[in-house]
Design a protein around this ligand. Structure first.
Ligand SMILES: [Zn+2]
Length: 436
């Protein structure tokens, strides 16, 4: 089995271990309060200045974890025999030229203003595009669920208009990960799905049937593109963002309502119609042409995970993996004020180091020595999505045909309300998840 893991400031330990499910976990003497305390006071101390991503202190934290893995004799799990697994993040600033011009069937030309009726997404390509408009429900393609919002309709060369979020958004039994946002529902995945179908561009609008009432689009736009660069950047995973080659923008419900008028249905009616078990057949909007111009300056930030592995002794269980992970970045510092991040996620990181100490390969003799990996259960307490502080993402992908999707993730870009939508810890067999 090959594992691919990427995240932001993520430290992880993968172990293929015999797990004795029937017996209680023996006391693990190596996990001691004073060890946890010493490591935590060091890592969350002012010296690390909040371990913000893309700072020297964050690199130092990674170095500390690497050194500990090495001292414990763990096997490096990164490429080229390294404990570091490189990956990239992307941050973006709004460029000067962003606009949308729509000509509706009645000969009226409507110019949408940035911040009032339209704003580009951070992952949007920079460019100018145009075409007829096609409403494509939630804009989700998820073959695993037999779900496709592009069924039976050619959208090549058109600008697709899609809804935010997913069908069954508040239904705990929704196949789209219950009440947790599924990977396929992230705007970035939707843009890639539209791009794969040949769309010229993609416009997003609120799923108004799930979020009725007056919306403050201007405030949403100001939050998305704050006037001053935020101290803690909003990151998008670089490897995903770099694949987007079409302009992508959010538009107000007011503008969307005007655009879809030619279908004879309101946005609210189309939005409701998108709630379907298999996806919807896209609805072309007669007589409407849009021209979309986007300018987004993107900057790629290299980052790295710290990864190690312990291989178990039991040949039958060699291919079963337990992944223990935590993110080690936090919110940095502002002048004298250090955001230490002892709980988020210093505690998870030092807890992981103590677990690593117990699992480390070493000769074990005598009847009282616990077997390697006598853990009964591992919980990903380290990667806490509440408040969305810190970015991390874990993907376990077997190399074989049973290609699983990401198992866990959270991202600053989804910080609003993220704590209410928490994915349960997946059981054996894997699960789904992800992040924009
Ligand atoms: Zn929604």
């Amino acid at each position: 089995m090959r594992l691919r893991v990427w995240g932001c400031g993520l430290v992880w330990l993968a172990a293929a271990l015999p797990v004795t499910a029937q017996q209680p976990a023996p006391e693990i003497e190596s996990i001691r309060q004073q060890d946890l305390r010493a490591d935590l006071f060091y890592l969350a101390g002012d010296g690390f200045r909040g371990r913000l991503t893309n700072t020297p202190e964050n690199l130092l934290a990674a170095e500390f974890i690497r050194a500990r893995f090495e001292r414990l004799g763990l096997e490096p799990a990164g490429p080229g025999g390294s404990y570091f697994q490189p990956y990239t993040l992307m941050i973006a600033t709004l460029g000067a030229e962003n606009r949308l011009v729509a000509s509706t069937g009645d000969g009226v030309e409507r110019r949408a203003t940035v911040g009032i009726d339209v704003y580009p997404h951070r992952f949007s390509a920079t460019g100018r595009t145009g075409g007829a408009v096609v409403f494509a429900g939630f804009g989700i393609t998820e073959p695993r669920l037999g779900y496709d919002d592009y069924r039976g309709e050619q959208i090549k060369g058109n600008v697709v208009l899609v809804l935010d979020h997913e069908p069954g958004e508040r239904d705990p039994d929704s196949p789209f990960d219950g009440v947790v946002t599924a990977q396929a529902s992230s705007p970035l995945e939707k843009a890639l799905a539209a791009q794969a179908r040949g769309a010229a561009g993609i416009l997003f609008v609120t799923d108004v049937h799930n979020h009725p009432g007056p919306a403050n689009f201007g405030e949403a736009a100001r939050n998305y593109w704050p006037a001053e660069a935020p101290r803690v950047e909003r990151y998008t995973l670089g490897s995903l963002a770099e694949r987007v080659r079409i302009p992508a923008a959010q538009i107000s419900a007011t503008l969307a309502d005007a655009l879809v008028r030619g279908t004879g249905r309101t946005l609210a009616e189309l939005s409701r119609a998108a709630e379907s078990p298999r996806g919807m057949v896209p609805v072309p909007v007669p007589g409407v042409q849009v021209e979309l111009t986007t300018t987004v300056h993107q900057q790629v930030i290299p980052d790295r995970n710290v990864v190690a592995r312990v291989v178990g002794a039991d040949p039958r269980l060699k291919d079963d993996w337990v992944i223990v992970s935590a993110h080690f970045d936090h919110d940095g510092a502002s002048g004298e004020q250090v955001y230490n991040g002892a709980d988020d996620d210093g505690s998870g990181t030092v807890g992981l180091l103590e677990i690593a100490e117990d699992l480390r390969p070493r000769p074990r003799t005598g009847a009282t020595a616990p077997p390697v990996g006598a853990l009964r259960r591992v919980e990903l307490r380290g990667a806490r999505p509440a408040r969305g502080v810190g970015v991390c993402r874990t993907t376990a992908v077997p190399a074989g045909p049973d290609r699983r999707r990401p198992q866990h993730g959270h991202d600053r870009s989804q910080r609003r309300g993220a704590g209410r939508r928490r994915r349960p810890i997946p059981g054996p067999g894997g699960s789904d998840g992800g992040v924009q």
